[in-house]
Design a protein around this ligand. Structure first.
Ligand SMILES: C[S@@+](CC[C@H](N)C(=O)[O-])C[C@H]1O[C@@H](n2cnc3c(N)ncnc32)[C@H](O)[C@@H]1O
Length: 268
């Protein structure tokens, strides 16, 4: 398909937000895999659901592949299958040894050569796009007959501790706004026969809420359309963030709500 890391012509300039997202990942690319424990765990789980899918002929692609955690997990659990890695961050793609990589901005839709796809997979990427719902529909439409979509995405129920603390402090929550799980499921159901839908909850514990912010930033995932808070404002949020009881290890907790969805485009 494409040569490694080849840039495609863009149809319109990337928006300011998309450029900031890409630059954020670009700057931290070398650290991504060290901090991406949750992403690695989710990739393995989603790959497990892809093991036995009966795939028709057509392109198999990891959308927003980054360093290829999901594509690699699928290839390990399904020897013989090779996925194209697509991402707009050349620095992350460059850390993957895979032969087939494509630098592409998903805000432009999918490149023409992916129409009639056999398998579109994506983990922790859809929510970075400017209109996640619209792009999810387009991904479903790009599948060939009997093609499969396997998606993992953090959804709006994530970061409840952060949102509650910000509200209690009378400050905006500067986390990236996330898509609503039920909307994504409803949209996918219009185009696909849904094979499975899982709503998963993951929690992390850390000595302080600021630790979470640093961890997110160290992955390159700190970009948000909401203006960053001043240190004094963050201290107010920290003060309102519920403490974990000492018997449960103390510190602070942050939760992610993940949607895992697997669906198949009906054959005519
Ligand atoms: C949190 S990382 C997830 C990477 C990988 N899927 C994983 O699970 O480790 C989000 C990925 O989405 C990519 N991404 C964000 N916006 C994008 C866009 N507009 N076009 C293509 N990729 C994008 C980022 O470059 C990054 O690789």
């Amino acid at each position: 398909m494409s040569s490694a890391g080849r840039s495609q012509p863009t149809l319109r300039p990337a928006s300011n937000f998309a450029t900031r997202v890409r630059d954020g990942f670009e700057r931290q690319a070398g650290r991504y895999e060290r901090g991406a424990e949750l992403q690695r765990a989710v990739a393995w789980r989603l790959a497990h659901h892809c093991r036995g899918l009966p795939l028709p002929a057509g392109p198999c692609v990891d959308l927003g592949a980054g360093t290829g955690l999901l594509a690699r997990a699928i290839e390990q659990q399904r020897p013989g299958l090779a996925l194209l890695r697509l991402d707009n961050c050349a620095a992350l793609l460059g850390l993957d040894q895979a032969a087939d990589r494509l630098t592409w901005d998903l805000n432009l839709g999918l490149p023409g050569q992916l129409q009639g796809a056999s398998l579109l997979v994506s983990s922790f990427a859809l929510h970075w796009l400017e209109q996640p719902e619209r792009h999810l529909e387009r991904w479903c439409q790009s599948l060939g007959p009997a093609g499969w979509l396997a998606l993992a995405v953090p959804t709006a129920g994530s970061f409840c501790q952060w949102r509650q603390a910000a509200q209690a402090a009378g400050l905006p929550c500067s986390a990236l706004p996330l898509p609503v799980a039920s909307r994504l499921v409803e949209l996918a159901s219009r185009h696909l026969r849904i094979e499975r839908v899982d709503h998963l909850r993951f929690s992390r514990q850390a000595p302080s809420a600021l630790t979470f912010l640093r961890q997110i930033r160290s992955l390159g995932a700190g970009t948000s359309p909401v203006a960053p808070l001043q240190p004094g404002e963050w201290r107010r949020i920290e003060a309102h963030w519920p403490a974990v009881p000492a018997a449960e290890g103390g510190g602070k907790r942050l939760s992610w709500e993940m949607l895992l969805l697997v669906g198949q485009k009906p054959a005519p």
